[in-house]
Ligand binder design. Sequence first.
Ligand code: A3P
Ligand code: EST
Length: 291
Amino acid sequence: MMEHLYRQDLMHIHGIPLYWSFVDNWPQVESFQAMPGDLLITTYPKSGTTWISEIVDMIYKDGDTEKCKQDAIFNRVPFLEMSCPGFPSGTDQLAAVPSPRIVKTHVPVQLLPASFLDQDCKMIYVARNPKDVAVSFYHFYLMAKMHPDPGTWDEFLQKFMAGNVAYGSWYDHVKGWWEKAKTHRILFLFYEDMKEDPEREIKKVIQFLEKDLKQEVVNNILHHTSFQEMKKNPTTNYEMMPAWAMDHGVSPFMRKGMSGDWKNYFTVEQNKIFDAHYKEQMQGSTFRCLI
Ligand code: A3P
Ligand code: EST
């Protein structure tokens, strides 16, 4: 029934490859009016967006699991640039949410609606090892048929390195946001740090949001936002999305949730080429992450 939406080529919005269905609503994205109390969660896709979203929403709700379970994560934290037949647009969803809102976006920094900067909104960026991002993105392409056909893993990896995937170059994305974080209120986090010591990273978020939560509440947030819990929670695992949009039988949204899964996909040769390309792309930047 919705097959006509599937597997079409990406379009370009200000030079960035994006889903064709996002194009029509772009004027609403550009003119989006952020409010001073809005918090922006900004990531390159597959970097832990859903994870940090659930953590932040739990902090906003003082660790009340029941309140969080009242609605799907994609409604509690609307996706700014989302637009697709059969769904409310992100901008329409946000218009109905009372302040203080939590907003999700994947846009590269140069496409960020100006109002977020004008209002000096707080933002949280999460970066992840690009090798794991590529593997996760490949599986997302397979299960969410709005994406073009990814081809073989090797073909997809080449597209990823060339920035010929949704949201464009991972390298440009992290470099752009890394620079922005030097002058704006942006908490810059890493997926691998969150895996290594989630309590430490959650406490950073609590401090950044100027909240004061009891250790007992922190423990509850830790438990509720663990991969195992989020995988079985229908409000966080995306199983509330219609099956035509996401086929969890092909690959579940909550796939593995680990650091270093790339080692199961990259050949020795692919890894060598990737490392050389990474070095070339990231030279001149002070950004560092695990690869
Ligand atoms: P994998 O495909 O490697 O498993 P995003 O939310 O940005 O789309 O990112 C999705 C990735 O984050 C998936 O990675 C998913 O499994 C992982 N993820 C989601 N929740 C997580 C959690 N609580 N802990 C660790 N990883 C999580
Ligand atoms: C893209 C990135 C992301 O982090 C989350 C989502 C959730 C909603 C997805 C969208 C996406 C990609 C395009 C869709 C959309 C639901 C319908 C549309 O087909 C899969």
